[in-house]
Write a protein of this length. Sequence first.
Length: 324
Amino acid sequence: MPEKLALVFPGQGSQYVGMGLDLYEQYPEARAIYEKADHVLGLPLSGLCFEGPESDLNDTINTQVAVLCTSLATLNAMGGMEQVSGTCLVAGHSLGEYTALVAAGAISFADALRLVRERGRLMKEAGERRPGGMAAVLGLPSETVSEACDRARRETGTMIQVANHNLPDQIVISGEHQGLRRAAEILKEKGARRVITLAVSIASHSPLMESAAEGLKHTLSEVKLTRASIPVVGNVTARPLTEAREIAQELVQQLVSPVQWVSSVGFMLEEGVRTFVEIGPKDVLSKLIKRMAGEAQALSVSDAVAVEAWRVGGAPGQEDAGET
């Protein structure tokens, strides 16, 4: 019997100049995704992915559509969802949730491009209106990190909260700069192994993104969402989403709420998933999953070499995966 699979898709931060170029050159299915993205957006997104410059690729308004496009180009090169037999759940980290929704048939690629482009614009604008940042905290449990954020918020009168539960002992915090600095001091006092300021200019997954959430709610009213053919494990709830209404609510709430990645992976394991396949640039999520779920296998399909291996053999437990 084929194993139960979950497909997971990376978010912002996995981008790099040159991503997807080998896929574009070797697989017409991937090339078609980039060409459609260039047409829909009216800008040379493919060139930005392949050639940069890095500063433009790392601009939030561009990064999000670039990662979405590259992840879906990778999936297409693998043969699309019909070639990933045994998939019972899909999920994505932050932005990656949009890729998961396309894979699950809940939104078209063209609509996802427009929606994600607007999401990036709204987030950038919110960051300019209410500046902030993010930091990764290593070596402390989430409860301790949350307590430190609460204390820093009281002492400084600024917004600071947990943004991502990536691992039980790897938590990302997000908020205004003064609150971040004070939280870092408190966390170091409490024994954090490291507190690393991230190279971002916005405070994602925090109330500083409220204006972006309001704007996204309006944009979502103009986009057609349909019932997902495969349940999408939501970032906010860590539970499966299928209906259009609950998906729309999730996407709005996601901007101001923590990403519950630890709980999301835990839920998928409870549902019997034993193989996770990360599809898209780099291998951030598969590395996280390996550290959380020793009994499960986490694979990364991020370039033409990995795609070809998939097309030849597929994932362990998959019978004839990738054959035509």
